[in-house]
Design a protein around this ligand. Structure first.
Ligand code: B12
Length: 616
C-alpha cells in the first residue's frame, strides 16, 4: 500500500491503491469521472488547490494560482484583469475546459476562450485541475485538461479579509455563514480594484498613455439543506462585474476599431438535489448563466462607435448517477445545454442559438494491483450532429509503491457560436459548416515513492486536427498540430521544509509548417518551497519559462519573433496573531524581472501585498 508524503502544498495526486479509503474531503475529487473518488484512484495527473493554499500563496487571481501548477504556461496582455491565454501542455487556450461547480462556463467570445482570468478569486474555494483529455466525460472543450472551480466549502466559519498593495491594489471581501438546523446559509461579497500600469507603453496612440486598471465586484450566496439521511439540496447564485482598461497599440483604422475598455457582467444560478443510499448516488442539477460583454471606446462611450456586445445565455441540466461496484464505480448520466448569443456592434445585431445533448457512461475498477478506467460519450449538437469520444486508462502497481499508467483518449471542441453563425466582425465572416476540432492523445507514466520523494514521470503525444482559425475573410478548419511532451513532478519533505518541483519539456508544432506553436515555452521549471518557523508560514515560488515565439509566420510576419526566457521569484509570509486574526505579506517578482509573455505587452514588475483576515 502506498504511503503518501505529507504535503504542505497543493496536493499532487500520484498514488494508488486504496479505493474509498481516504475519506478526508481534501483527498476526494469529483472532477475526473463525475463521481466522488479518492485522489489515489484517479489515473490522470490531477492537482487539488485548496482555499488554504490560495491564502498561503496570496494569489491575486486564478491565473496566479494556475501559473504554479504543472503543465501550465500563460500569455497575458498585461496585468490583473487583462486577457490571458492558459496553455495546458502546449495545447491551445481554448482547449481547456473551465467548470464552475461542475458546470461548463459559457463561452461568449468568438475566439472560444474559456476566460479564466475573468473569474474572481473570491469565488474560488478549491480548484481541481486534471491534465489530459476529458471529453469522454464532459463533452466539448476538454482537450488539454479541465479546471473545476469549486465555490462551495464544508467550512461553517465566517471570514472578512482586506488587502492592499502596490499600483493601488485593494481587495475587501467577507463571507457570512449561518446554520439554521439542517440548513446552512452563506452570503459573500468582494470588491477588488487596481490602478494597474500602462500595458503597452510603446504605443504610438496618445489615448494609450494612461494606466490600465481593473475593478471587480462579486456577490455569492447559497442555501444548503439536508432533507433526511439520503436527500440534500442546494441553491446558489453568483454575479460579478469586471471593468478593464486596455490599449489599442496604435491609432485605430476607424472609430469602429477604437474599443479600449471592457465591461463584463456575469451571473450564474444553480440548483440541485443529491441522493445517496448505500451504493447508489445521484445528482440532478439545473443551471442558468448570463453574461454581457461590452467592449467600447473611452473616447466615444459605451453606446457609440467602436462598441461591441456579446450577450449570452446558457441553460444547462445535468443528471449524473453512480454506483459502487466491487472496488470501483460505474457512472452514467445525461446533460443538456442550450446557448443563445446576441452579438452586436453599432450597425448589426445577430441572434443565434444551439442545443447540445450528451450521454456518458464510465467506470473504474481495481483488480488487485491493476486499476482500469474507461469512459464513452456521445454528444448531439444542433449544427454538426452526433460526435463520439472515448478514453481508457490502466494503472499497474508492479512493485509496492511504484505504478505504471497508460492511457488513450479522444476529445473535441465545438466551434464557438460566433465562429459558426456570428455577424462579420473585423472583416471575418462566420462559417456554419465548421466541424469540431478533434484530438487523439496517448500518455504513459511511471510514479512512485522513492524514499521520501513522491514523483511522477509522464510522456505524452497529442494529435489535434481540424483546428479553427481565420484565413482571409472567414473561419475554417485548416490547421493541425502535434504535441510531444515529457513532465516530471516531485515532492519531498525535509525537516521543516516542503519542496515541490515540476519540470516540463514540450514540442508543440504546426503539422503543415513544422513551426513551433507560439507563446508557449518548450522548457519550464517550477519550484515551490513551504516552511513554518516561529509560527510564521513561509512560501517561496520560483518559476522559469524558456524562450518562446510570439507569432506564427505569415504574410504579415515573415519571421517568428522570439520572446526571451524569464524566471520570477515570489515570497509570501503569514502569521496568525490570534486564533482568529492572520496577517499576511507578499512580494511578487522579488527581483523585479522585466519580461513579456505577449510581444509589446508589459508585465507588472515587483509588487507588494499586505493583508489581514479575521475568522469567526
Ligand atoms: C488575433 C486577435 C484576435 C482575433 C482572434 C482570431 C482567432 N483565431 O480566433 C479576433 C479578431 C477574432 C479577435 C477578437 C477580439 N479581440 Co483580439 N486579439 C488578437 C491579437 C491581435 C492576437 C492574439 C493572438 O493571435 N495571439 C497568439 C496566439 C498564439 O495566442 P492564443 O492564445 O491562441 O490567442 C487567442 C486569444 O488571444 C484569443 N483572443 C483574441 N482576442 C481576444 C480577446 C478576448 C477578450 C479573449 C478572451 C480572447 C481573445 O484568440 C486568439 C486565437 O485563438 C491580440 C493582441 C496580441 N498581440 O496579443 C488581440 C487582443 C487579445 N484582442 C483584444 C480584444 C479586445 C478583442 C475583442 C474583444 C474585440 C472586440 N471588440 O470584439 C474581440 C473578442 C474576442 C473574444 N472574446 O473572443 C484585446 C484584449 C484586451 C484586453 N486586455 O482585454 C487584445 C489584447 C488587443 C488589444 N487591444 O490590445 N482578436
Amino acid at each position: 500500500m502506498i504511503k503518501k508524503a505529507s504535503l504542505l502544498t497543493a496536493l499532487s495526486v500520484t498514488a494508488f491503491s486504496g479505493w474509498a479509503q481516504d475519506s478526508g474531503s481534501d483527498n476526494l475529487v469529483v472532477t475526473a469521472n463525475r463521481f466522488q473518488q479518492s485522489t489515489k484512484t484517479v489515473l490522470a495527473p490531477t492537482e487539488v488547490v485548496t482555499r488554504e493554499d490560495i491564502e498561503r500563496w496570496q494569489s491575486r487571481s486564478l491565473i496566479d494560482v494556475l501559473r504554479r501548477l504543472p503543465g501550465v504556461d500563460i500569455a497575458q496582455n498585461g496585468g490583473l484583469g487583462q486577457t490571458a491565454s492558459v496553455y495546458v501542455r502546449g495545447t491551445e487556450a481554448k482547449h481547456l475546459l473551465l467548470l464552475i461547480d461542475g458546470v461548463p462556463v459559457a463561452r461568449s467570445g468568438i475566439s472560444n476562450d474559456p476566460e479564466l482570468n475573468q473569474i474572481p478569486l473570491s469565488l474560488v474555494q478549491r480548484v481541481e485541475y486534471i491534465r489530459g483529455p476529458r471529453s469522454a466525460v464532459y463533452g466539448s472543450g476538454a482537450i488539454g485538461g479541465v479546471v473545476n472551480v469549486i465555490t462551495m466549502t464544508d467550512s461553517e466559519k465566517s471570514q472578512v479579509n482586506a488587502s492592499i498593495g502596490s499600483k493601488g491594489y485593494q481587495t475587501y471581501d467577507g463571507t457570512l455563514r449561518q446554520r439554521f438546523g439542517d440548513t446552512v446559509a452563506t452570503a459573500a461579497g468582494s470588491y477588488t480594484s487596481t490602478r494597474g500600469f500602462n500595458v503597452q507603453p510603446d504605443s504610438t496612440w496618445t489615448h494609450d498613455e494612461d494606466r490600465d486598471g481593473y475593478r471587480n465586484k462579486t456577490f455569492w450566496g447559497s442555501l444548503q439543506h439536508k432533507f433526511d439521511d439520503h436527500f440534500d439540496g442546494f441553491f446558489r447564485g453568483y454575479s460579478f462585474s469586471n471593468n478593464v482598461d486596455y490599449d489599442l497599440g496604435s491609432a485605430p483604422y476607424s472609430p469602429d476599431y477604437s474599443a479600449d475598455e471592457r465591461q463584463l457582467y456575469v451571473q450564474g444560478w444553480d440548483t440541485g438535489l443529491n441522493f445517496n443510499q448505500g451504493i447508489y448516488s445521484s445528482q440532478l442539477l439545473a443551471s442558468y448563466q448570463k453574461s454581457k460583454d461590452y467592449n467600447y471606446s473611452s473616447i466615444y462611450g459605451r453606446y457609440n462607435d467602436g462598441t461591441t456586445l456579446d450577450d449570452m445565455e446558457q441553460r444547462y441540466i445535468q443528471w449524473g448517477n453512480s454506483i459502487t461496484v466491487g472496488k470501483g464505480s460505474l457512472g452514467a448520466g445525461v446533460d443538456w445545454k442550450q446557448e443563445r448569443l446576441v452579438s452586436s456592434n453599432q450597425s448589426t445585431s445577430d441572434s443565434y442559438d444551439r442545443d447540445n445533448t450528451g450521454l456518458y457512461l464510465n467506470g473504474m475498477q481495481q483488480f488487485g494491483d491493476v486499476t482500469l478506467e474507461a469512459s464513452g460519450r456521445e454528444d448531439k449538437d444542433d449544427a454538426f450532429g452526433w460526435h463520439g469520444t472515448w478514453q481508457t486508462a490502466a494503472g499497474w502497481e508492479f512493485v509496492e509503491n511504484y505504478r505504471l499508467t497508460l492511457s488513450y483518449g479522444t476529445s473535441f471542441l465545438a466551434p464557438s457560436l460566433g465562429q459558426q453563425y456570428g455577424a462579420k466582425r473585423f472583416g471575418i465572416a462566420s462559417n456554419p459548416d465548421l466541424k469540431p476540432e478533434e484530438s487523439k492523445q496517448w500518455e504513459a507514466g511511471v510514479e512512485g515513492l522513492t524514499g521520501p520523494v513522491d514523483w511522477r514521470l509522464s510522456a505524452y503525444r497529442y494529435e489535434i486536427d481540424n483546428l479553427i482559425t481565420y484565413s482571409d475573410t472567414a473561419y475554417y478548419n485548416i490547421n493541425s498540430a502535434t504535441i510531444k511532451g515529457v513532465e516530471w513532478t516531485g515532492s519531498v519533505d525535509t525537516g521543516i521544509f516542503s519542496h515541490r518541483v515540476t519540470l516540463q519539456y514540450i514540442d508543440p508544432r504546426d503539422d503543415e509548417t513544422n513551426e513551433v506553436l507560439p507563446r508557449r515555452a518548450k522548457r519550464q521549471a517550477k519550484y515551490q518551497l513551504d516552511w513554518s518557523i516561529f509560527n510564521v508560514d513561509m512560501d517561496l515560488a520560483w518559476e522559469y519559462f524558456g524562450k518562446r515565439y510570439d507569432n506564427r509566420t505569415s504574410i504579415y510576419n515573415p519571421e517568428q519573433r522570439v520572446l526571451p526566457s524569464y524566471s520570477t521569484v515570489d515570497l509570501s509570509a503569514s502569521y496568525p496573531v490570534t486564533s482568529h486574526l492572520t496577517v499576511r505579506g507578499k512580494i511578487a517578482n522579488l527581483f523585479d524581472k522585466e519580461y513579456e509573455t505577449a510581444y509589446g505587452y508589459q508585465t507588472a514588475g515587483r509588487e507588494y501585498t499586505l493583508s489581514g483576515s479575521y475568522t469567526f
